[in-house]
Design a protein around this ligand. Sequence first.
Ligand code: LLP
Length: 391
Amino acid sequence: MILSSNNTAAVALTSNHLHRAAAQYGTPLYLYDAAELDAALSRVRSAFGTARVYYAMKANPNLTLLRRLHAAGVGFECVSAGEIARAERIGAGGDSLLVNGPAKSDAEYAAGARLGATFIVDRAEEVGLLPPHSRALVRVNPALEISTHDHLATGAAGSKFGVTLAQAPAVLQALRDAGHTALGLHVHIGSAIRNAQDFTAAFARLADLRAETGPLAVLDAGGGWGLNADLPGIAREAQAVATVFGAELWVEPGRYLTAQAGTLLTRVVGTKQTGRSFVLVDAGMTELLRPMLYSAEHPVSALWEGEQSGTWDIAGPACESGDLLARDVTLPTPQRGNLLAIHEAGAYGAGMSSNYLTRSRPAEVLWEDGELKLMRRRETPEDVWAAEEMG
Ligand code: LLP
């Protein structure tokens, strides 16, 4: 969906606040609405009831967001030494920590063990690599067709993730034989999943394993819910498969908890006609890679007035023709300095931003209780080359 300037229903903040934030902190800028962050967690909690929630930190690892979620009783799913260090930095550990990943390093096993994390085993060989007496879940790949972009389908046949359904009972047993605690099964079939039937199919395949595995303590149903997903429906089915195993339900939402709260603010630098009409802006693939990497469509609002002036492609400053934030957006005539808001950018936006072209990653700001609070200052070029030697 593309929003035009006179349809800003998706903007939780008023346009005045967006202008104020851009004036105060500059652009490009990530702005998050605390009320929407809280609302998303409430929606998850009311759909999933007593299920334990582990936020997939990769969606947005900013320490301010992690602290808020931790204070609300949410745990964390981490996939790198850096993410584990973030969890430790905010005081999370033990029951509130999952260490996952298809290729964990020795340092990641050691850090997870030191913090008392539960490990998600992604292949049989890992049983012999886990620190002694670990708690572990076994990730299963149900090998289905998944309705999302190919890069985001993790439960598809041939993906690198998880063990096969056929292997799963033996891997659970191998964990027990090696003196670990085999807590149960884990499944995460992909991200931004469009069709709820995919979850139904995956959970049904897991439930079929009950005869071989016996009862289990935990069933982790992963995340992957699209922003318009029928959460109560997915929750009912996840709870049903947990019940089959007599297990406690765990879930790992990432996008759902932070995407809608986040807006990328960018200023118009100019326009250009080449056969297509371009609005050139000061953000692009280095700030929001999703449109380029997954053909993701983020709603856009123009924060200026005027008659609609046709459709525009929104292009960034990088020297790459794929550096587009949106295509065919209807806008009033743009002028240098006008502000554009790119919505649903709170997940996999700032976290996937890069220093390509020695671009400074943007500031991040939280709108909470009528105030703007800095979550991350804008980088300087010195920050970008801080780890380098002159030689
Ligand atoms: N659990 C596991 C094991 C995961 O691998 C992921 C995401 C999640 C939970 C959370 O999934 P979510 O609820 O956010 O869909 N960079 C991509 C998304 C990659 C997701 C990778 N794994 C994007 O920008 O769309």
